[in-house]
Design a protein around this ligand. Structure first.
Ligand code: ADP
Length: 200
């Protein structure tokens, strides 16, 4: 439990370097591109391609991948609704820091709950947040099953698996929808890169 009496003594220590200074050095603006979608829809694959292509164009980009973050920062969290929310809250805070450093931050995380994606949008700032719905129907994701997780979920080895035994709330107004049943990885990453280059 948070000790509110202790928190009362906290203050915000300002840096001598501003966000604008950082953007000036990097010759870009910070941005958070938030990839949401079912497991196997293509979030990690596409965001990795986008990161690589941005780097080739001299842009400072960094990917915060949900699975990777669960190895470290969020290694204490499971997949209950409460823990998923905490997972997203921490990733949001990390993304906000990267964005403040002027980095094009690519977040790839299932993020099944609309409320938490809206939390991320509000916390990061509407002008700096791009929601990308990586869309693939569940049958496509099951047939890809890159990590064998759908098979495990079907065998009852994984509970709370999004799309099978846990809800995924589709985005209602994402900035971009990538239908990965139709678009190739190159097509999808090309669309995102064009969008990012216009915004940063
Ligand atoms: P997620 O991060 O959403 O769980 P991954 O990127 O890990 O998904 O897995 C998607 C899998 O689907 C990868 O093995 C990828 O190569 C494959 N795939 C096949 N076609 C596409 C496509 N058009 N777009 C993205 N991924 C695709």
């Amino acid at each position: 439990m948070k000790n509110l009496d202790e928190r009362k003594n906290l203050s915000w220590d300002r840096s001598k370097v501003s966000y604008e200074d950082r953007c000036g050095i990097l010759k870009q603006k910070g941005l958070v591109v938030w990839f949401t979608g079912l497991s196997g829809s293509g979030k990690s694959t596409i965001s990795a391609e986008v990161e690589y292509e941005l780097f080739k164009r001299g842009k400072a980009a960094y990917r915060l991948d949900g699975d990777n973050i669960r190895h470290g920062l969020n290694s204490d969290l499971g997949f209950s609704e409460e823990h998923r929310n905490e997972n997203i809250r921490r990733i949001t805070e990390a993304a906000a820091l990267f964005k403040d450093a002027g980095i094009i931050t690519l977040v790839s995380v299932i993020s099944p709950y609309r409320r938490m994606r809206e939390f991320a949008r509000e916390r990061i700032g509407r002008d700096s947040f791009v929601e990308v719905y990586v869309k693939a129907d569940i049958e496509t994701c099951i047939s890809r099953d890159p990590k064998g997780l759908y098979k495990k979920a079907a065998n009852g080895e994984i509970s709370n698996f999004t799309g099978i035994s846990s809800v995924y709330e589709e985005p209602q107004n994402p900035e971009i929808i990538l239908d990965t049943g139709i678009l190739s990885v190159k097509d999808s990453s090309g669309l995102i890169i064009n969008y990012i280059l216009k915004r940063t």
